[in-house]
Design a protein around this ligand. Sequence first.
Ligand SMILES: *Cc1c(COP(=O)(O)O)cnc(C)c1O
Length: 229
Amino acid sequence: MGTVADNVAAVRERIAKAAVRSGRRPEDVRLIAVTKTVGPELIKEALAAGITEFGENRVQEAAGKVPVFPEASWHLIGHLQTNKAKQAVRLFRLIHSLDSLRLAETLERRAEAEGCTVKCLVEVNVAGEATKYGVTPEELPGLVRAVSALRHIEIEGLMTVAPYVENPEEVRPVFRRLAELAREINALGLPRVNMKELSMGMSGDFEVAIEEGATMVRIGTAIFGRRDP
Ligand SMILES: *Cc1c(COP(=O)(O)O)cnc(C)c1O
């Protein structure tokens, strides 16, 4: 692996190529650098390399980093427990992992108390993996409809974590399906629901995700190197 700056440049280059290849503009794909297990020194290097958005999968870990780097925008990309909702509302610009009405109702109460709105993506378990969070494609319309009644929550799109595969072409149908689901939900014309973001694609599969319409890719390993287990 090179330096963080080298890696960021290489990832940006690959993002741009995948975008252009599929008739999109590189600037329409946002790079979210995933900093779980990554310490402040490397986060500083990423900031110096022009990264402005970071993703964390645990509230607890993020709580130690967000105040150190307030100039950055922070995204919650991992499962959120209702008892961490209050902290999450304060820490994150966007919650990618809304996956139940119960969580939405808790976020609604917290947002109302804080006098703010919470921006969320709904996580969809497109491939139906038992080990993954997210609603099934069948559950998605019902959840979005119910959440659209909550006045302090804005649904800005969908997120998925594709199954781990050697050849990313194998998960192209997963990304394609997420894009299709977003179009279906948009057609419902629900209040406070605007499917403008598709958060899909990680180090191993982001180019395919971009070809299928990703507007946000969440990249850890390709920028910071392999995480210690
Ligand atoms: C860790 C993580 C990523 C980044 O994965 P890499 O393969 O290291 O790029 C993306 N999304 C989620 C939800 C994650 O937990």
